[in-house]
Design a binder for this molecule. Structure first.
Ligand code: HEC
Length: 181
């Protein structure tokens, strides 16, 4: 009887071990597709808002909607999508140590004029976010690219803002995509 219980115990342990749920693995293709969708949604809405209401009102719009819009694409694709930066505007978007390493890797690649390819590491997909001229009205130099009214609004909404003084074609941060399991 004792032996039987022991066998049963062993059997249940081994069954539990084999029953560990499988972790879905992310592919570059899917990750980049979700990032593409997020970019399209964020950029499309941002451009529309700048055109309709000007930069400083668009800024307010980003303040309220950038994360919810990103989350809407996450939900749709059963994933977690975020934007992070070493010089973050929203404290929520501060890069972790692992993410900082990847940001620095991309900075080096960009300096060496190498292609910036997406990376899959620890089942997460990372893709660099690079500035262009359009970004500078909110992320460039205050007084030069950023109008005083916009600068005031940035200070009001983000007293600890780090995301200014960028030039064109610099690493602004990363998209990080994970799958929900
Ligand atoms: C109208 C102003 C505006 C423009 C133009 C703009 N941004 Fe931003 N950006 C913001 C605001 C506001 C936030 C903070 C959003 C939040 O609170 O979630 C932000 C946040 C970000 C973040 C998330 C990390 C962080 O610092 O919080 C990235 C990455 C980013 N912007 C990249 C860009 C890039 C690249 C461009 C150009 C293609 C751009 N932005 C153009 C206003 C702008």
């Amino acid at each position: 009887m004792k032996k039987n219980i022991f066998t049963l115990l062993l059997l249940s342990i081994s069954l539990t071990c084999t029953n560990v749920p499988k972790v879905a693995t992310i592919s570059k293709e899917n990750g980049l597709k979700y990032i593409g969708e997020t970019k399209e949604l964020l950029m499309g809405t941002l451009m529309k808002k700048i055109k309709e209401n000007g930069t400083e009102n668009a800024l307010e719009f980003c303040n309220i909607n950038a994360i919810p819009l990103t989350n809407s694409v996450s939900e749709k694709n059963n994933s977690f999508i975020k934007r992070v930066s070493d010089k973050n505007r929203n404290p929520i978007n501060k890069a972790t140590n692992d993410e900082l390493k990847i940001i620095n890797y991309y900075k080096k690649k960009l300096l060496e004029k190498n292609e910036l390819e997406a990376i899959v590491e620890n089942n997460k997909l990372y893709s660099p976010i690079v500035t262009n001229a359009m970004c500078l009205q909110c992320h460039g130099e205050i007084g030069k690219n950023i109008q005083p009214k916009t600068a005031d609004k940035i200070k009001m909404l983000y007293p600890k803002d780090l995301a200014t003084a960028y030039k064109e074609n610099e690493i602004r941060g990363l998209f990080v995509v994970e799958l929900k399991n």
